[in-house]
Ligand binder design. Structure first.
Ligand code: 5CA
Length: 439
């Protein structure tokens, strides 16, 4: 992509209502534009990041055996009357009437819709387990939308729903999601801590939130330091095997959200030097709630004994748009965003420092073509701007690499490469530079 023809509207200063650094940087880097309180348009760079985050979530869901569907954003109120949640959900639900005076709503979550789909087709334990997910826009009319995509009203969520014949099987499904979540966040360069959580309006008695530590986070967590250090299990675990030991290893150590926190237990179970109290961002939340929806909505399956019982369910949410903010909170400096390679909008910017000078233009074009043919997503900065302005905007948008082509280097047969994360620079012949970036 040639920057001279692209749409990357960076801002020198953040609008004054952006209070936290990720929101400021998302606006300044031209990733998002607010259209109404808590409602954002995704601009080209922001959309590229969103798609990458979404794709990582998708791949890790698929790896863990979940199957993708796409449910509508608008749902029938009657389904929510069946589950009994229509009145309970309150003012956070955006309620709509169509031309036939039928009550609709913009889905804040999709337990009812997925249960309706499931009960239409699945009747026997032989078809279980199943885990269906979608990555779809949700709407919650939050009282205080704030911090940009962190607490939006319209936001992208991955929501998965598991169906099992009994509680033991449902826990196996829960365990698969628990571990898949840790792998998902790790691929984005994030360290997520699973903490015991309150199930809130989703319901159920087993629930974990996944928290990224950040001072600006809205959640407070209390955890054993060793849990913070513990890595993700990695993709190569036996997803059909017994995952309980891997989950136990991570749930044995004390970790709780503020609603679930028990100060006395924290003191008793965690040595003082290991007690961590911190703020964090909730980037995922998983629930096991048994027959809370399947019973009132009559989603039943026949067991091996031929007796029909409500199917055992869990639901599993990831805040996809919120993750963009969380990644920036975790990875930035004074100059701007530092994207992890896995979610960067482009891999590399080729910076032409002397646009219009034939030898420099030619060298920049050669670098651009070389990177593209190596499969690198490349932005060619061919804008007619001062070098200082180019570097400021490229550091702000935070691509992992810059390959800098200037008149002096061209005369000497070299280019410069810069790694955004470390600031490390190397001067090399073009071929060696391409090799370093190709990795
Ligand atoms: N049905 C369940 C799981 S699918 C559910 O809705 N869970 S939730 O309410 O916890 O939401 C799942 C995730 O969506 C949260 O962990 C959070 O990361 C994200 N999320 C929730 N509300 C918002 C919001 N207003 N703005 C941005 N992300 C949000």
């Amino acid at each position: 992509m040639r920057l001279s023809r692209y749409f990357m509207p960076t801002l020198r200063e953040a609008p004054s209502d952006a209070q936290i650094v990720s929101h400021q940087l998302m606006l300044r880097a031209g990733l998002i534009r607010q259209e109404a309180a808590g409602i954002y348009a995704f601009l080209p760079l922001g959309l590229r990041v969103l798609k990458k985050v979404e794709q990582i979530v998708r791949e890790e869901m698929n790896r863990a055996g979940a199957i993708e569907v796409l449910m509508p954003t608008l749902q029938l109120a009657d389904l929510w009357r069946e589950s009994g949640r229509y009145d309970d959900y309150g003012e956070e639900m955006l309620r709509i009437k169509d031309r036939h005076e039928r009550d609709l709503l913009y889905g804040p979550t999709a337990e009812e819709v997925i249960t309706e789909i499931f009960r239409a087709y699945v009747k026997s334990y032989k078809d279980l387990p199943k885990n269906l997910y979608n990555i779809q826009w949700k709407f919650r009319d939050e009282r205080r939308p704030r911090f940009g995509v962190m607490r939006g009203r319209e936001f992208l969520m991955k929501d998965a729903y598991s169906f099992d014949v009994d509680e033991a099987a449902a826990r196996r499904s829960y365990n698969r999601m628990f571990l898949a979540y840790l792998n998902t966040y790790a691929r984005m360069g994030l360290k997520a801590i699973p903490v015991r959580a309150d199930a809130g309006p989703i319901g159920g008695d087993l629930s974990h939130e996944f928290i990224i530590l950040a001072n600006t986070g809205e959640s407070e967590v209390f955890a054993h330091q060793d849990l913070v250090e513990m890595g993700a299990p990695g993709p190569d675990i036996d997803w059909d095997g017994d995952l309980q030991p891997l989950v136990d290893q991570r749930t044995r150590l004390y970790a709780a959200s503020d609603e679930m926190h028990d100060a006395a237990r924290f003191k008793k179970e965690v040595p003082e030097a290991k007690r961590m109290t911190a703020r964090g961002i909730e980037v995922g939340h998983i629930f096991y709630f048994g027959d809370k929806y399947s019973k009132p909505m009559k989603a039943v399956v026949a067991g091996p004994d031929g007796v029909e019982r409500p199917v055992q369910m869990g639901s599993y949410g990831v805040g996809v748009t919120r993750l963009m903010g969380a990644i920036i909170e975790a990875s930035h400096d004074e100059a701007g965003i530092i994207w992890p390679d896995s979610v960067a909008p482009f891999d590399v910017a080729v910076v032409n420092l002397r646009v219009g000078e034939a030898a420099v233009d030619q060298a920049a074009e050669a670098a651009y073509r070389g990177l593209q043919s190596a499969g690198k997503e490349t932005l060619l900065d061919d804008r007619d701007e001062r070098p200082g302005a180019k570097f400021a905007s490229l550091d702000l948008v935070g691509l992992p690499w810059q390959l800098i082509v200037g008149p002096k280097g061209v005369a000497d047969g070299v280019v410069e490469i810069k790694r955004r994360a470390t600031g490390e620079r190397q001067t090399l012949p073009l071929e060696a530079a391409l090799k370093a970036i190709r990795g």
